[in-house]
Write a protein that binds this ligand. Structure first.
Ligand code: CTP
Length: 423
């Protein structure tokens, strides 16, 4: 590593560094948590790893201590004069348990405190994140479901595990998310400021569409658009960080699945409509951030369309796609369900936005001014959020996550009071 690289990767020396406690329980995914320690350290966090005894069967104490630069004991009986079973939790800015086994979730839900990690969980007053990893049967067992619901009800953020390859040959829900995704989730939670994360969407189910639809002409060609999906993914990430259960209907996006979000991949506008309609049954809010094609080719050629040298090109006949946003606004498949749309405008932004809000019948419309500087695929955006109640909320130029957070603030204010089920 050269000197410049070393300096870049070293955390800042000044000011208090956010203190993250990484609890590790005994699952094979413990090895993936090593990467999480590295990412947290490199981005300027102080990391204290608190493994359980069984976690040490997978990754030893020396590895945790070397990676974190701090002791990594499991017992409350070590360095007793420092009262670690109370101090570590009290001083943390974030506790993340990754991986969290079914056993650890059960202990946390019932307030057991028989080792350093479970004691730490009882003394922590900062946001607590669990990233479960286990076999599908264990994740789906009613005991685990109830424990997860209990933890969520109390304000803990439990990331939904991924679906995929588990230990051994089996596949299903229960896979530990990519460390990168857990890291991004932790950053989001920490970024919500000194007052900590507000799990104000806990117990809510939100549906977000993202990306751009593709309308096939033949097996190799399609009509599409340049939407990257970044805004929709930022919405999904931020909603998950605020405690919501999130279904992300993703049209042709290459972006990695955000941790704890159920991703439903789709291709065409009609597929997107089916997926969003299904997912939004009983949901608290639906946000249509996807760029949905207004038209699709009237006919689909089963074989590749061949050019004929002497002929003029055939015009492509188009037919209209359903307006999913207008349908959702009309039908409202949940009590008090909020529907949010997006609009891209070049001229008369506010007047056109107001007219579109009324036409579509949604509750909120995010109006983006598109032009030379403001193009698809960028990391930033600037918008005005118009409300059917006449409100107008400008969101200054900044990261898409800021727009996402402002939008969830506006949604949360408008949602009817809920009795969060937390499951
Ligand atoms: N939308 C939809 N179904 C469509 C087209 C669009 O649900 N068939 C949604 C988009 O997800 C977005 C909003 O409607 O939330 C955009 O509306 P649209 O009428 O397509 O606006 P523009 O793309 O800005 O197009 P125009 O100004 O040409 O009407």
């Amino acid at each position: 590593m050269d000197r410049r690289q070393e300096q870049q990767e070293r955390p800042p020396e000044t000011g208090a560094r956010p203190r993250v406690v990484l609890g590790v329980s005994g699952g094979i995914a413990a090895y993936k948590a090593c990467e999480l320690v590295r990412r947290l350290k490199e981005s300027g966090h102080e990391v204290r790893v608190v493994p359980t005894e069984s976690a040490l069967h997978f990754v030893g104490e020396a590895t945790w201590a070397a990676l974190s630069g701090q002791p990594a004991g499991t017992e409350v009986w070590e360095t007793v004069h420092e009262v670690p079973h109370v101090r570590i939790g009290q001083q943390a800015d974030l506790v993340v348990v990754a991986p969290a086994t079914a056993d650890l979730l059960a202990k946390a839900a019932h307030g057991l405190a028989d080792d350093l990690l479970t004691n730490t969980l009882l003394t922590a007053r900062c946001p607590v994140v669990f990233a479960p990893a286990m076999h599908t049967e264990m994740w789906e067992h009613p005991a685990t479901r109830e424990n997860v619901a209990t933890l969520r009800r109390r304000g803990a953020l439990v990331i939904e595990p991924d679906v995929g390859r588990l230990t051994g040959a089996d596949t299903g829900k229960g896979r530990f998310p990519e460390p990168e995704a857990v890291f991004a989730f932790c950053r989001r939670v920490l970024a919500r400021g000194a007052e900590g994360v507000r799990p104000d969407l806990a117990g809510r189910h939100v549906v977000v569409s993202a990306g751009g639809t593709r309308e096939p002409l033949d097996p190799v060609r399609y009509l599409g658009n340049r939407s990257s999906g970044k805004q929709g993914y930022a919405l999904a990430r931020t909603a998950a960080a605020r405690g919501a259960r999130v279904t992300l209907v993703a049209a042709n996006s290459e972006l990695p699945a955000p941790a704890g979000v159920d991703v439903v991949p789709v291709g065409t506008a009609l597929e997107l409509r089916d997926a969003v309609t299904e997912a939004s049954k009983g949901a608290d809010a639906v946000v249509m951030a996807a760029a949905v094609a207004d038209f699709r080719p009237a006919a689909y050629a089963r074989g590749k369309i061949k050019k004929k040298d002497d002929d003029e090109p055939e015009p492509v006949a188009l037919v209209r796609n359903p307006d999913v946003l207008a349908e959702l606004s009309r039908e409202r498949s949940g009590a008090g369900q909020l529907v949010v749309g997006f609009a891209a405008e070049t001229d008369d932004v506010l007047a056109n936005g107001r007219a579109k809000l009324a036409r579509k019948g949604c509750d909120l419309l995010v109006v983006n001014e598109v032009g030379e500087r403001k193009t698809f695929g960028t990391e930033e955006s600037e918008a005005v959020v118009l409300g059917a109640d006449g409100s107008e909320t400008p969101v200054p130029f900044g990261p898409k996550e800021r727009l996402a957070d402002t939008l969830w603030d506006l949604v949360a204010e408008r949602l009817p009071a809920a009795s969060p089920s937390g499951s």
